[in-house]
Design a protein around this ligand. Sequence first.
Ligand code: ADP
Length: 446
Amino acid sequence: MKRILISNRGEIALRLIRAFREFGYFSVLAYSEADRSSLPVKLSDAAICIGPPSAKGSYLNIPAIISAIEITGCDAVHPGYGFLAESPQFARVCKDAGIIFIGPSPEAMEKVGDKSVARSVAMSAGVPVVPGSTGFVSKEDLLRLAKEIGFPLILKASAGGGGKGMRIVQSFKELDDSFDTASNEALTAFGNSNLYLEKYVSEPRHIEIQFARDKFGNCISLFERECSIQRKHQKLIEESPSCAISPKLRKVLSDSALAIANQVGYVGVGTAEFLVTPEEMFYFIEINARIQVEHPVTEMVTGVDLVELQLIIAEDRPIPFSQEDVKITGHAIECRINAEDPRNNFCPSPGRVDQYIPPGGPGIRCDSHLYSGFKVVPYYDSLIAKVISYAPTRERAINRMERALYEMTIEGISTTIDFHREVLKNAFFRKGDYYTNFVQRRMGIK
Ligand code: ADP
């Protein structure tokens, strides 16, 4: 690979441009009209406009992206996360056109991309899943399955993602209405109305395993990320290692992730997500077949550059280290800073950033596409910065993050910086005593 087109925007586009420059690749950024004055456009080696602000017309527009790849003479494409990153259709079109798609094959993506299919794959790899339906549920089967599994239940969109397309059901009388609402929502959001059913696990932790597998079958775990600080099933803070994971459980979760990756012949970097109960029971929930928003925490504690690893694997080279070489050293935490107003139900807060001062100093990494005078546009997700702190211990990583957020200045729009500062000083968070319901239960936020 020599020239790589980036079909994404924001902080991840910048992250990729930086990696490509360091590792000697030419970067071409495909951008929408709304992102014309963005930092990724400025810092990439070349940039090409692919369409109007709406994601449908630009970042999700396969013909426009393929044309951009051809016009600019690229031999590969990196989809980042979101948009087309997990589209088997996009991966297949690229493959057919002789373009390297930096991600797993369309076949592997098909097996893990649909969440209800991934459940069956996990079961056949001997990995426990949350008790639930096998494949999609029809309205006819709903009552029987609900009786079998028992309440509370969670209805989930097979094609869902980003914490969307889920509905908790407490009783029989809510069942029918919840099904109709959830399948309509799934159809609107993901273009696919298929739903599946799981037992709703109360007070779990969300633990995920970062793995990488090359085309020679070398398969490596880069261990866990703890992602239980969430609002509306969307992650807000991630850390590695998790306070709740013993070395034994780390090994079992890693082996489970690798078993699934081997089962589908996965080639690339990916994440297996699990729910873990206080009794150390664990259940697979899904695979994310792409680079994750929270990948930097793993990079900080393992010293492995995950984008570099993606490039190595995409070039059919073997992973240049073995499982024994991967060690967790120190502790890393990531806060996702969103352009949202926490005092107004986390409502998106687009607009002009009058002043931006990123945090810095020892052990702080800030991945952000902001600059003073930048306009946050309303068309895409509200992530504007990721602040990652790294220190020898968890306590010092938390203190360091508090110091960084104290320094960070974003004026002109509302952000979630103060929300994060509240979490960091919470006694339960400090003790590591938290589950996915932390924000609701310990902070009283819906
Ligand atoms: P998405 O793909 O939208 O991120 P996931 O399946 O990964 O959806 O679930 C996101 C979050 O929703 C989990 O981290 C957890 O907080 C919650 N969740 C999902 N399934 C269950 C379940 N069966 N029981 C309890 N919580 C769940």
